[in-house]
Design a protein around this ligand. Structure first.
Ligand SMILES: [Zn+2]
Length: 124
């Protein structure tokens, strides 16, 4: 009989094939043949702890890299001369000021794990 085992937010299917047990992780990892279901579970938990695939998922839940990247792009634009030259009074500065505002917004929201779409939803 097949069963599921959950560990630190990751799920594996524990399958019995003949005399052997296999743990199959949702990421595609496979424990290979193990003599007991307990052994397969131990192997799966070790895999979740050590495999970078599961670590990356943890980091992504904390920070949104897309928003942080967008924020840095806008901040980069804010400190650059911009498309409109500074010599045009007020208008020349406006694009940089807006870039600064959006840069801070995306960087701040991204740091809290919000996607760019979610960051904009809070404003508009
Ligand atoms: Zn896995």
């Amino acid at each position: 009989m097949n069963s599921f085992h959950e560990f630190e937010g990751s799920k594996a299917k524990i399958e019995k094939e003949g005399e052997n047990y296999f743990a199959k992780c949702e990421c595609g990892w496979n424990s290979g043949a193990v003599s007991s279901s307990e052994g397969a579970i131990v192997k799966f938990e070790k895999h979740v702890k050590s495999d970078p695939k599961h670590k990356i998922r943890e980091e992504e839940s904390g920070k949104n890299l897309g928003s942080i990247f967008l924020g840095l792009l806008f901040l980069g634009y804010a400190v650059s001369p911009g498309i409109i030259p500074y010599s045009l009074v007020i208008v020349g500065w406006l694009d940089n000021i807006f870039a600064l505002i959006f840069g801070m917004l995306f960087l701040g929201k991204g740091w809290d794990g919000r996607s760019p779409r979610e960051a904009l939803k809070d404003v508009f």
